[in-house]
Design a protein around this ligand. Structure first.
Ligand code: GRF
Length: 209
C-alpha cells in the first residue's frame, strides 16, 4: 500500500515537526511519510531538523513574494512545491502564515493544524504562540490543552480532530504553561492525529471503509 505523502509547513523552531519525525522513526506513522518540510521564514531551525532526518527542506519566503500580490505569489510557489513532491496531506506545525480561502478550499480536509489550547477557547486571528497561554492564565482557567483540527478559511475554525487536556497550575507562567502543553499534549497529539488522518485517506483511496 502506498503511503500518504505529507508536507509539514513551519515557521520556527519545529518541536512539533520533531515529534512527527520521531514518531515516523519509531514506526508510529505507518500510513504516512513526511517527504517535504517548507518554511515561510528565513533560517527556521525546523529546516535543520528536517535535513538531519533526511527529509527535503525548502524555504519559500513570504517576504520575497513581492508586495502587490504577495498571498497569491506565495501560494503559487507553495502549490508548485507540493505538486512536485506529490503531496497528499499538509500538516501545519507552528506555521504563521494564514492560507487563503481559495487554498484551503482546494485542500479541503487535507490540511491539519495544531493549536495550543482547547478550541474554541483562546484561538482565532492573532492568538498564537505565548499569547494563547497568557490569555488562558489571564482568564484563570484551570484546564487548557491542545487541539488538532482541519484547516478552513476561518483561523482555528475548522473541524476538530483531536484534543488533549492539560492542567494549569497556580504558579504557572505563560512560558511554563506553554512548555507543559507541548510536552503533555502537542507532541503526543499531533503524530497520533496525523496517523489517524493518513489511515482515513488511505482507506478512502483504496475503497476500504
Ligand atoms: C506550537 O505551540 C503550536 O501549537 C503552534 O505553534 C507552536 C510551534 O512550536 N501552532 P514549534 O515550532 O513546533 O516548536
Amino acid at each position: 500500500m502506498e503511503k500518504i505523502r505529507i508536507a509539514v509547513l513551519v515557521s520556527g523552531g519545529g518541536t512539533n515537526l520533531q515529534a512527527l519525525l520521531d514518531a515516523q522513526a519509531a514506526g508510529k506513522l505507518p500510513d504516512g511519510e513526511i517527504v517535504l518540510v517548507v518554511s515561510d521564514r528565513a533560517g527556521a531551525y525546523a529546516l535543520e531538523r528536517a535535513r538531519k532526518a533526511g527529509v527535503q527542506a525548502a524555504e519559500i519566503l513570504r517576504k520575497a513574494c513581492g508586495e502587490a500580490n504577495r498571498q497569491a505569489v506565495f501560494e503559487g510557489k507553495l502549490e508548485a512545491a507540493l505538486a512536485e513532491a506529490r503531496i497528499d496531506l499538509i500538516v501545519l506545525a507552528g506555521f504563521l502564515s494564514i492560507l487563503s480561502e481559495e487554498f484551503t478550499r482546494k485542500w479541503d480536509h487535507r490540511i491539519l493544524n495544531i493549536h495550543p489550547s482547547l478550541i474554541p477557547s483562546f484561538c482565532g486571528a492573532g492568538v498564537y504562540g505565548l499569547k494563547v497561554h497568557e490569555a488562558a492564565l489571564a482568564r484563570g482557567v484551570k484546564v487548557t490543552g491542545a487541539t488538532v483540527h482541519y484547516v478552513n478559511e476561518i483561523p482555528d475554525g475548522g473541524e476538530i480532530i483531536a484534543q488533549k487536556a492539560v492542567e494549569v497550575r497556580p504558579d504557572d507562567t505563560p512560558e511554563a504553561l506553554q512548555r507543559r502543553v507541548m510536552e503533555e499534549a502537542e507532541w503526543i497529539l499531533l503524530p497520533r492525529a496525523t496517523e489517524t488522518v493518513c489511515r482515513e485517506i488511505s482507506a478512502r483511496k483504496t475503497g476500504r471503509t
